[in-house]
Design a protein around this ligand. Sequence first.
Ligand code: NCD
Length: 308
Amino acid sequence: MSPRLRHLTTLENLPRATIERLLDRAETLRDACAHGTRKLNVLAGRTVLNLFFEPSTRTRTSFELAARRLGADVINFDLGFSSTSKGEEMYDTLHTLEAMHLDAIIVRHRQSGTPDALVRHAMSGVSVVNAGDGNRAHPTQGLLDALTIRQHRPDFENLRVVICGDIKHSRVARSDVHALSALGVKEIRLCGPASLMPEEDEFPHGLRFDDFDQAIANADAVIMLRLQKERMDSIELPDEAAYFTRYGLDQRRLALAAKGCLVMHPGPINRGIEIASDVADGAQSRILEQVGNGVFVRMAVLDEVLAR
Ligand code: NCD
């Protein structure tokens, strides 16, 4: 058996068995919930800190719900009212909060590498879980995307998965690729304008396309990404109408994919920019299922890192 994780900062180089264990655990929790078990007590008496330095809707709330459903206490660190706006160093903030006897820190930060820095600075016995750092990693999103695909198409060795959009700035794309390649997905296709593609040596994965019609041909799942303008410099910013024409997912394009192709998006979605409303809300959309799976995946991760 692969060793239990103490922290989760990235999926890169995680053994397939570890990823499968987390997905299996998430599935067991999902089944238990479907049969009426909403709340478990496995983390009773433990304290989880949500430390979010970037805005978040679904990730933060689903981590909070996950921790509460396992019986843990949750502190939400609200930046607006915190002393970081008074210039306090992040590590002073960390140690102040740690003095309140934390068991886990869930962190989101615009700077890539922050979760690993916290692993080095955190008191021993405190687990760190990455909820998204810069463009580097978003491991629970990678897991929940893999779980959503597995639920419909467990035959990973036959699958063609397209990730389309602003790959360059996307931690989701990176964690998806790490998860899906570890799980043996046959073909991962990355599609987007050249200006929004990472350098090959920085990201030597997947088959690259700049034509979305070609990329989506016979695909079994398509993961659409938002233009992450907050991470772009002005020259990278595409014209939105022109972008939709070339890289938007509409019904015509979806018809080029394999029958029943799963339509996915980590959210927040920008309707009419990367995805048409009728596709986002359509029969093939798994977007809300992804949100639901996020809670179970985060329960599985917290259970893994905090189990005694
Ligand atoms: C993603 C993120 O924050 O990286 N969103 C999320 O976690 N649901 C993707 C994005 O912001 O576009």
